[in-house]
Ligand binder design. Structure first.
Ligand SMILES: Cc1cc2nc3c(=O)[nH]c(=O)nc-3n(C[C@H](O)[C@H](O)[C@H](O)COP(=O)(O)OP(=O)(O)OC[C@H]3O[C@@H](n4cnc5c(N)ncnc54)[C@H](O)[C@@H]3O)c2cc1C
Length: 457
């Protein structure tokens, strides 16, 4: 009988990190991964992590010439719809090849003692006589295998195969992501027609189009674009983007497509012998859809709590794991919830309003956009300036009353969500009532997918 303390489904960034950290704590850990090692993370090539984040989470380092490292840059800016009034920021970012970095993270987990079985597809959960999870079944080479454990971690990404297979009364939401809840991303790798004297090493982001021009390796740069709803929507926005933003002449050498969740996280991540993390728990940054390091905040908390609970051979019950929910929702959980609610409504504006707000440095201000990720504190003066320019915008017809209402609604609901997540229950007892109230607040927020930036141009 195969037995581990922890079985993790999915060996990409979220699964590898949890495996490494739990193995370091002395637990026996098994990762099961449906892909072959050489096919891991196939959707896209280049991805980014903040240099500070890599340091903070103690992630494996990369360096020039190792085949994983691609580039570094720290200059970036968010621009208006017509590419004007840039709001600069300077966070150091490392660009890497995703497949190779995932393989490196797998080896990093193995180095700490974890086992990995590739080409092993999760089939179902195993329950003990009390109906609590105590193992998983998976298929490898056409044979179904069973492995017993105390804790199962769902790190299977968007399909959330474990979370979605739980019994209805297991205390975890089983929602599947619909196209509206997914950020569809295309990466166009480009070569500039006029050769540059130095490598392109900066990133520009057009908030209105959810599009960016960023460095690449193997081509001069890449144009990224994301939209909720489907890849057809991305292409529709791309046509308008091409006409509106004049990029240097270029030719597209290849296109990659991928998906990342754009949905609030489940209200609870834990139940008896279970925890969900990464894209399987919709832990992505609401301003850009990035999830590789965002998920590690939840994972560090989960390692801390689960390792203490399981240290003496104990079973990780829902009650014992509950502080994962509390600690996460009182910190990053509340910040992501309020930002997601804010963005869902604040994007509901026309190109004219976008240009006006960028130009006058309000709402989309240098301070707000430049400071994203560093923590921002707005002064009374900032609020007063915003109010004055919004009135001017209304009087001059640059801002419509409906757009102003969307901003006000966004601020109010986002503030209420912050306060509500701060009141996340200490124990499972208060959960039902808390979730019911959260549901009412989320119903008031707009979804990014419900605003078509092309139709409302
Ligand atoms: C084009 C694009 C660019 C992006 N760029 C960035 C970026 O620059 N920085 C950043 O932080 N984020 C970025 N993201 C988001 C990032 O890719 C995800 O948030 C991150 O990969 C989530 O990691 P994960 O481990 O939770 O899930 P995944 O990476 O989706 O991994 C899930 C794993 O589970 C395995 N699995 C699934 N089902 C089963 C099963 N039934 N049995 C066994 N195994 C299974 C899968 O094969 C996979 O290996 C980008 C997303 C896209 C689409």
């Amino acid at each position: 009988m195969k037995k581990y303390d922890v079985v993790i489904v999915g060996a990409s960034t979220a699964g590898s990190y949890f495996a490494r950290r739990m193995a370091e704590k002395g637990f026996s850990v098994l990762l099961i991964e449906k892909y072959k090692r050489e096919n891991l993370s196939p959707a896209y090539d280049i991805f980014h992590m903040g240099k500070d984040d890599m340091e903070l989470f103690g992630l494996p380092k990369v360096k020039e010439g190792d085949g994983i490292y691609a580039f570094e840059f720290s200059e970036s800016a968010i621009c208006s719809v017509f590419g004007n009034h840039p709001k600069p920021s300077s966070l150091a970012v490392v660009g890497m090849h995703k497949h190779k970095y995932c393989v490196l993270m797998n080896d990093w987990a193995v180095e700490a003692g974890a086992d990995i079985i590739y080409e092993a597809t999760f089939k179902g959960l195993v329950y003990n006589e009390c109906g609590k999870i105590n193992g998983v079944t998976y298929e490898k080479d056409g044979v179904e295998e069973t492995v017993f454990c105390r804790l199962v971690a769902d790190c299977s990404g968007i399909p959330a195969v474990v979370r979605r297979s739980l019994p209805d009364d297991y205390g975890i939401e089983k929602f599947a992501l619909t196209p509206k809840d997914i950020f569809y991303v295309t990466l166009r790798y480009i070569d500039f027609e006029e050769k540059r004297s130095s490598r392109y090493l900066r990133s520009d982001f057009w908030l209105y189009f959810k599009s960016w021009l960023a460095p690449s390796e193997g081509s001069d740069a890449l144009i990224g674009m994301g939209a909720c709803g489907g890849f057809e929507q991305v292409e529709k926005v791309y046509k308008l983007f091409e006409k509106t933003v004049r990029l240097p002449a270029h030719k597209v050498t290849r296109i990659e497509k991928g998906m990342t969740p754009y949905h609030r996280a489940p209200y609870s991540f834990v139940s008896d012998g279970f925890v969900a993390m990464g894209d399987a728990a919709c832990i992505t940054k609401p301003n850009c859809g990035e999830g590789c390091t965002a998920s590690l905040v939840l994972e560090d908390i989960a390692v801390d709590v689960a390792s203490a609970v399981m240290a003496d051979g104990g079973y990780p019950t829902k009650e014992k794991l509950w502080s994962i929910n509390k600690r996460y929702n009182n910190t990053q959980g509340k910040e992501f919830a309020s930002l997601m609610a804010l963005l869902g409504s604040i994007i509901r504006h026309s190109a004219k309003a976008n240009e006006f707000l960028f130009k006058n440095d309000v709402v989309f201000s240098r301070k707000l956009l430049g400071g994203m990720g560093n923590g921002i504190e707005l002064s009374v003066g900032d609020y007063a300036k915003t109010l004055i320019y919004i009135i001017i915008g209304l009087v001059t017809g640059n801002i419509r009353p409906a757009e102003l209402k969307a901003v006000i609604d966004a601020i109010v609901t986002s503030g209420k969500l912050t306060a509500h997540y701060e009141k996340y229950p200490e124990t499972p007892e208060g959960y039902e009532a808390w979730a019911k109230e959260a549901e009412i607040l989320w119903a008031k927020t707009g979804k990014v997918a419900e605003w078509d930036s092309v139709d409302n141009f």
